[in-house]
Design a protein around this ligand. Structure first.
Ligand SMILES: [Zn+2]
Length: 135
C-alpha cells in the first residue's frame, strides 16, 4: 500500500507514542499494512488494538491484517487550521470504526458512505499513520 513521504505530513498530525501493546501495529503500518485485533473467543474484530477484547474481555486476541478498505462514517473539514485537513471516522470492511484523516482528496467532493482505502503517512520518526483516500 502507498506511503506518503514525510514532507507531506500535515502539521496537525504528530508521530504516535509506541508502547509494547501497540508495537506490532506501528511496525506493520510503516510497512504499509493495517492491522486490527480479532478475538479468538467471541470472534469480534476491534480497533484501536488492545490485548483485552472490549466485547468479552478475553485476552485471547490475534493480530490480523485488514483489507484496508472502508467507508466514511462521518467527517469534518478543518478549514481554519494552518493547513486545512479532514478528520473522519472510517468504518473498516472488517467492522470497526476508526478515527483518522482523509487525504489526497477534493474535500468538497467527500460524502458520508463514500468508499475509501488506506494510505500511510510517514511521520519521519520510524512510524507511519494510517489515513484514508477515496477508493
Ligand atoms: Zn471477545
Amino acid at each position: 500500500m502507498k506511503i506518503l513521504n514525510k514532507e507531506n505530513m500535515n502539521p496537525n498530525n504528530s508521530a504516535p507514542v509506541v508502547n509494547d501493546e501497540s508495537k506490532p501495529y506501528w511496525e506493520a503500518a510503516i510497512n504499509g499494512k493495517l492491522l486490527v485485533k480479532k478475538c479468538n473467543t467471541c470472534g469480534e474484530v476491534h480497533h484501536y488494538p488492545r490485548t483485552i477484547c472490549p466485547f468479552c474481555f478475553s485476552d485471547n486476541t490475534t493480530w490480523t491484517e485488514a483489507s484496508g478498505r472502508g467507508a466514511i462514517y462521518s467527517y469534518s473539514v478543518m478549514r481554519k487550521a494552518t493547513v486545512p485537513y479532514v478528520m473522519a471516522y472510517v468504518t473498516l470492511e472488517e467492522g470497526p470504526t476508526m478515527m483518522t484523516n482523509i487525504v489526497e482528496c477534493d474535500v468538497d467532493a467527500l460524502a458520508i458512505g463514500q468508499p475509501v482505502s488506506v494510505i500511510f503517512q510517514d511521520t519521519g520518526e520510524g512510524t507511519a499513520l494510517p489515513m484514508f483516500t477515496p477508493a
